[in-house]
Design a protein around this ligand. Sequence first.
Ligand code: ZN
Length: 478
Amino acid sequence: MKKQQEKAKGGSKKSEIFLAIFLAITIVASLVCATIFALRPEFDTLGFLLTRFVDYDSEYQTDYGKVCYGTVFGCEVLTPENIDAAVDTKTLGQQEIKYIFKHNNEVVELKQTVFVVDKTPPVITVEKEKATICLNDKIANFGLKVEDNYDGELTEKATIKYREEDQKVVIDVKDSNENLATYILPAELGDTESPVITLNGDEHISIYQNNWYSDAGATVVDNCDEVELKTTGSVNTNAVGAYEITYSATDNSGNVASVKRTVEVKQPQRASGTIYLTFDDGPSQYTARLLDILKKYNVKATFFVTGRGDDSLILREHNEGHTVALHTFSHDYAYVYQSEENFFEDLYRIQNRVKNITGVAPTLIRFPGGSSNTISANYDGGQRIMSKLVKSVQEKGFTYFDWNVSSGDAGGATTSDAVFNNVVNALKNGGSSVVLQHDIKGFSVDAVERIIQYALNRGYTFAPLTASSFTAHHGVNN
Ligand code: ZN
């Protein structure tokens, strides 16, 4: 038993020695390994920039920090072999760039995350050196403009506040990336600017007595307030003289603006002569209106009627003292100018119509297109029918009329103003004016009242055509 114990004691001592040796070997081996490991060359990427921030819309420069190859005892700095993407600085957000570093046959690939960010605040500019704060708390326009590199124009986003303690206007603007810009402008309280009144139309206007005048007015704007325009004065177109119209406005701070217009009513130039207003191709839906105007001025005119329109209008023309004359029933060039027979058949047809309505058979006529027309040559088979008709109508007791004042309402004139101008500019002062208009044209009828006013003001008289009136004959061309 005792022997066995000794034996056990001797075994335990042996294992202690063995453990010690094992530990020693392990430590030495570790030191050798660590040394070998430390001396083994490799990529050092600790200096590589894994993330970067660049400004929106800036010129991009590559930057990757530092990467080297070596050991703790020495490291060779590498430049990247290949950069696989450029950064688009016009796009906000995250982009990735791949860098490849090589050393002999060893390669390391590194990814850099680039954040494109907008760190630039908006730029505020103002035109005025001092702001005026309106009494109604509305900020006057002082030429504010805000521009941002990312958002563009931001003027509308600006908050403008008046800081009472130091009398300053504080303008704040944030762009959509939360960059704040502030602009401080000296300010004074109160609106010192008058409203601005702009005349519509001329400052000096001259018209003839009894002509129409309608004032074109003016417009007003104020830097602070909604202001009302007051108009005083009026023009008496019946009396020669100079008239003043005053436009004025006062803003909420008492600033007053006033602009005047002068209207001179002049004595019309005197003229004399007889005007024969003639209306062809009717009656039509405009004829009643025309008759009302003629009645208003007691002016008598002449209607060269056709087969169209209501009988009642022809009757009214007759009853109200106008001359009802003939213009052919059909007004169809192709038919009436094909032969003398056709022409007279058509002419008697309209004569009968009028006779049935008024009891009178007119003998005053106007050729469709006038006696000078050349359109008849298209239909008359070369017989020069106008040369024949001007004779034969007179042989049959008719008197034909042309015109010496054309309103142009069948051609170039398409507005009342144009008709008015064509007529009044061609009136024969001291003579007879036979005016050609068409009562089937509303705009032409609309010019008649002005023509009458113009002519009466100058001393012309109006008359209906009779068989002994000036015929205003044209030269015959076919
Ligand atoms: Zn006609």
